[in-house]
Design a protein around this ligand. Sequence first.
Ligand SMILES: [Fe+2]
Length: 250
Amino acid sequence: MNNKDSHESEINLVWNLMFNRNIDSALKRGHKSFVKGIEKLGLSNSFFPSVDFLNKQLSSIGWCIHPCEVMTISPRDWFALLIQKRFPVTVKLRSLSELDYSVEPDCFHDYFGHLPFLYDENLECLLLLIARMYMSVPNKMSKDFINRLYFYVFEFGLTYVNDEIKVIGAGFMSSANETSRIYNDDIKLENFSLEKVSSEMIHPDGVVNKAYVALDYAQLFSEIESIWPRLRDECKPVATIAEILKELRK
Ligand SMILES: [Fe+2]
């Protein structure tokens, strides 16, 4: 076996192991839209998905992935890509020695944790809304606030579904170990509130000790709507949340 073949077979092996380690937890603990999303995306344990494969799958909903250095891309570039329905991803997969924990987000996190939720129209809309908000507000404080909102929804978000806590954040979805900490009382859970999230820390190492549970998607939209007049104060004239949502849902 030459070096290229051996590299490819390690990548397929790591993907297979990571998929098998996490799929049961993801199906059990993830929001039901994950199940629909992963099927539509065509992810399985049998092959490592290429950029071309993912783009072909995502084209049915108007998205594509944007390979980049996700650790160094600026928030502004990040949200600008999202507005164009280009999801920034790293294409590097962790090594065999990092199956339990990878310091840097790898493409398992991005492909398995984030991409399936793009098929959930409410979360997609929320993602585009947050990106539009980020690009509209001029001051650093508001931008920092929107970064935290993204982190506590799209990385470590939880929501109730029929009184059960379900995962919508990729940081949990892509790690059965992290997800188990929610249900072992290892992570402090609080009801979601934008006020609380606004004073939270972002943890770049991807380990949180606290997470917020939204009542449902409607709560996320209504809280954003209520806080938007304050955030947009300095960037008049910009649209209301209702106007932005009307445009996004056309
Ligand atoms: Fe992420």
